[in-house]
Write a protein that binds this ligand. Structure first.
Ligand SMILES: [Zn+2]
Ligand SMILES: [Zn+2]
Length: 347
């Protein structure tokens, strides 16, 4: 193949430029993808607004679905040209301490750029050169817009795996953003009772539509009190923090039952400093867990769940825009009140 393709690169705070980039030939172990859909995630929104000069140029876009155009030599992924794929755009070196421990989500080289390309996952573009192991085949019946959400689903399947959600568990999820809704859907698949704690009424409504059993406003009603009164006087087996800052964390600690598990899934901005009584962990034996990014297995799980229709994410796509309206997409995402804004790329 020859010619060029369009890439949307953030070159300064709140500034996109469309670059013409030569279409690359896939080398050893590499695959060329025609990007069909790419989500605008909170991470990219933060970079878009960043004022740190060394951030730019930044070529974002990590929630990606597309079609295999050309396969380089040495790809051992059972791929064929024309296959529909979701892209797990993180390098796994296979050799570092974390890869060897089975924690490839923490690979020391997870964000290594492709040789000769600017930093960033590069999904905001018409074509994308990836490593073979980053491609996960999806069902041809799965819409590309939904498939682009494989990445956030994979981050959540990893979290839910660590939580070992069991039949009949009560799970309190703090925050009904996209990560809160995905946790709700996955925990329902595991047979749990799901309580959402979310201050925004429209988001509580969305959580109930997504399958949550109950949604409360944590500024008016303490989830610990609700669970202990209505479900189990000992508290919730599982609490998942996805949003709400230190105040929500304090509620999480009092909500979790002795012997339960508390997942710090969301990060806190600007600071994550919280107060915790070490004796409370000692005597009540609850476990504090963290989960960051996705690993190879959780991405495989996410793609299987989406391809089979076991989990649907259409309710999390608020707006679909053509690629050339990326700037408008970012404005919309930043204005709030949206779940995902997804860009579709024609051709
Ligand atoms: Zn994301
Ligand atoms: Zn590694």
């Amino acid at each position: 193949m020859s010619g060029t393709y369009k890439a949307a690169v953030i070159t300064a705070p709140k500034t996109f430029e469309f670059w013409d980039v030569p279409i690359p030939e896939p080398g050893n172990g590499e695959v060329l993808i025609k990007v069909k859909a790419v989500g605008i995630c909170t991470w990219e929104q933060r970079i878009y607004q960043s004022t740190k000069p060394d951030t730019f140029p930044f070529w974002g876009g990590h929630e990606i679905a597309g079609v295999v155009v050309k396969i380089g030599p040495g790809v051992r992924n059972d791929l064929q040209e024309g296959d529909h794929v979701a892209i797990a755009s993180l390098t796994r070196c296979g050799e570092c301490y974390f890869c060897r421990r089975g924690l490839d989500n923490l690979c020391l080289y997870a964000e290594t750029p492709m040789p000769g390309q600017p930093k960033g996952p590069r999904g905001f573009s018409e074509y994308l050169l990836v490593r073979g192991y980053e491609c996960y085949k999806i069902s041809p019946g799965l819409d590309f817009t939904q498939a682009a959400l494989s990445e956030p689903v994979a981050c959540c399947t990893r979290s839910v795996r660590q939580l070992e959600v069991a039949f009949g568990d009560t799970v309190v999820i703090q925050g009904a953003g996209i990560m809160g809704l995905l946790h709700a859907k996955l925990c329902k698949l595991r047979g749990a009772t799901v309580i959402i704690a979310e201050p925004d009424a429209a988001r509580r409504e969305a959580a109930l539509k997504a399958g949550a059993d109950y949604a409360l406003n944590p500024l008016e009603e303490d989830p610990a009190g609700y669970v202990r009164r209505q479900i189990n006087p000992q508290g919730a087996e599982i609490v998942v923090f996805t949003a709400g800052g230190p105040a929500a964390f304090q509620q999480a600690v009092t909500t979790v039952a002795a012997g339960g598990r508390l997942m710090l899934y969301g990060s806190m901005h600007p600071s994550g400093t919280v107060t915790i009584d070490a004796n409370d962990i000692h005597y009540r034996e609850y476990r504090l867990l963290g989960s960051s990014r996705h690993d190879k297995e959780s991405f495989r799980e996410a793609v299987a769940l989406l391809s089979s229709g076991s989990i649907k994410v259409d309710d999390m796509v608020s707006t679909v825009l053509p690629f050339d309206q990326i700037e408008a997409g970012f404005q919309l995402a930043l204005a709030g009140g949206q779940y995902r804004v997804v860009l579709r790329i024609a051709g």
